[in-house]
Design a protein around this ligand. Structure first.
Ligand code: ADP
Ligand code: MG
Length: 477
């Protein structure tokens, strides 16, 4: 039996404003518990919320970036429920008229093609506080610092059909909000997290299957795993004659499974109604025009430009444009390395990214600056060192804060440029290996690599590979 998978994501994106969406309390992460929640965030009697203009601007900016409609006159509603981390008894959100609607986003699929995913809406709302279960024996701690932090909840159409597509979509949104500078993107701190709605149906079926919603996934890996687990589980349920229950589930990373949190029957009736303390949001057309003008070049546009301007493959361009900082670093390398774009791309997404990952560093913390990496690339381009030696030089630059020329000089790594010297070594290798010479001359082309390898060994990698090849070809006849 063939199955079709349907996925829709709800992504909670914290906006990086200094203060809360309806109060002047700070939003900074990591403060002492309950030091950053004021009377407004707690909803104490008599307080009045005041809308944070910057949160509105940042939400609108997101809408512009995904070709959405920005609604003039969006409305804040109260979503009523009780939870210990929501002492107000309601969350202020937007239901009927969200600030952003009808957007779209293009994602790249594994086979190289692209797909457009619809963005149903993105509404402004306030985050709740946090319940802390660790460190409190037999009790739950409540930290209300997060209460009132501005969020946009970005809701997709149910248009993704695999866990991989869902992750590609989420990564793209993650990249865009960081390009826009509206969210710090820190998933460990919960600034960017997602609920995954998943259903399955038999191929050819036109009605959507019953969905489950797995809550609060805060890493790309968890999203992929939770979705794949749900797909398997739902197919199993149906194939063994059961029915999928519409419910909210929780993902457990420890045993990589999801479990029921609450079923539809227990679902809350939120008794939404417009918040009487807040007016509909009027947008100044001048502000919108200004935001539109201030939009940076976004990942897709940058990727296309990297392909056309630097001749990069779509894969390289995609990787380098995924983060704005990475893209900027790459372009600095190219400009300092006389347009050695291909090599710059290889080094930034290869050696440099590898070293950053290994040391858990962000690119703006790289001990090797773009300018120095460009110098290293220039030394390969002008044949001072080989690509292989360059990797050794890079390690030294990384660990010891040196320029490539310093390392090359100190370690005497310049390529052998004296043809006579190199020729003598080539002659020696040929003379010492008559058997291999015979094999090569009788048609075993593969043996050629053996000679190259031996010359490289004797020169400790300092021979110019192209020159070695040329000399060997000339002499092995
Ligand atoms: P709610 O707000 O009650 O969770 P919505 O209708 O707003 O419900 O849907 C939330 C998310 O669920 C959206 O991203 C939507 O695309 C997705 N979704 C809706 N129906 C399905 C379905 N049958 N299968 C998978 N995803 C779905
Ligand atoms: Mg939902």
């Amino acid at each position: 039996m063939e199955w079709e998978v349907v996925i829709g994501l709800e992504i909670h994106t914290q906006l990086n404003t200094k203060t809360k969406i309806f109060s002047a309390a700070a939003t900074a992460y990591g403060a002492e518990p309950n030091t950053q929640a004021c009377a407004v965030d707690l909803g104490l009697p008599g307080v009045l919320p005041v809308l944070n203009k910057e949160a509105v601007a940042k939400a609108a900016m997101f809408g512009l970036a995904v070709d959405a409609t920005i609604n003039d006159g969006s409305v804040f509603d109260r979503k009523n429920y009780f939870y210990p981390d929501l002492p107000k008894g309601y969350q202020i959100s937007q239901l009927a008229i969200p600030i952003v609607e009808h957007g779209k986003l293009e994602i790249a699929l594994e086979d190289g093609s692209t797909k457009v995913v619809g963005i149903t809406r993105a509404h402004l709302e306030e985050d709740a506080g946090k319940s802390l279960h660790e460190d409190f024996d037999g009790m739950t701690g409540i930290d209300l610092n997060r209460a009132g932090t501005p969020l946009i909840e970005i809701v997709s159409e149910p248009e993704m059909s695999s866990a991989k597509e869902a992750v590609a979509y989420m990564k793209k949104i993650h990249s865009i909000v960081q390009y826009l500078g509206i969210c710090d993107g820190n998933m460990q701190e919960g600034s960017f997290r997602c609920d995954a709605n998943v259903s399955v149906r038999r191929k050819g079926e036109t009605e959507l299957g019953t969905r489950t919603e797995t809550k609060n996934l805060n890493s790309f890996r968890f999203v992929e795993r939770a979705i794949n687990y749900e797909i398997e589980r739902q197919i199993d349920v149906i194939e063994s004659g059961g029915r999928v229950a519409q419910e909210t589930r929780l993902y457990d990373a420890d045993d990589d499974s999801t479990r029921t949190m609450r079923s539809k029957e227990e679902a809350n009736d939120y008794r939404y109604f417009p918040d009487p303390d807040l007016l509909p949001v009027k947008l100044d057309p001048e502000l919108l025009a200004q935001l539109q003008k201030s939009l940076p070049e976004l990942p897709d546009a940058k990727e296309k430009r990297f392909c056309s301007e630097y001749g990069l493959s779509a894969e390289d361009a995609g990787q380098l444009s995924a983060s704005r900082e990475m893209a900027d670093y790459f372009e600095q390398v190219v400009s300092h390395a006389n347009g050695q774009a291909k090599m710059a791309a290889n080094w930034v997404s290869g050696e440099l990214s590898g070293a950053l990952n290994l040391n858990s560093l962000e690119i703006d913390q790289s001990p090797v600056s773009a300018e120095r990496l460009a110098q290293l690339i220039s030394r390969i381009a002008d044949n001072t060192i080989s690509g292989k030696i360059a990797k050794e030089v890079f390690q030294d630059m990384w660990s010891n804060d040196k320029t490539p020329d310093q390392v090359i000089e100190e370690k005497g790594l310049q390529q052998i440029s004296d043809v006579g010297e190199l020729e003598a070594i080539v002659d020696k290798v040929i003379a010492e290996n008559p058997k291999q010479v015979e094999q090569y001359l009788s048609g075993k082309d593969k043996v050629f690599g053996f000679f190259v390898g031996n010359v490289m060994k004797l020169t400790k990698g300092k021979a110019n590979p192209a020159q070695v090849n040329e000399l060997l070809k000339k002499k092995l006849v």
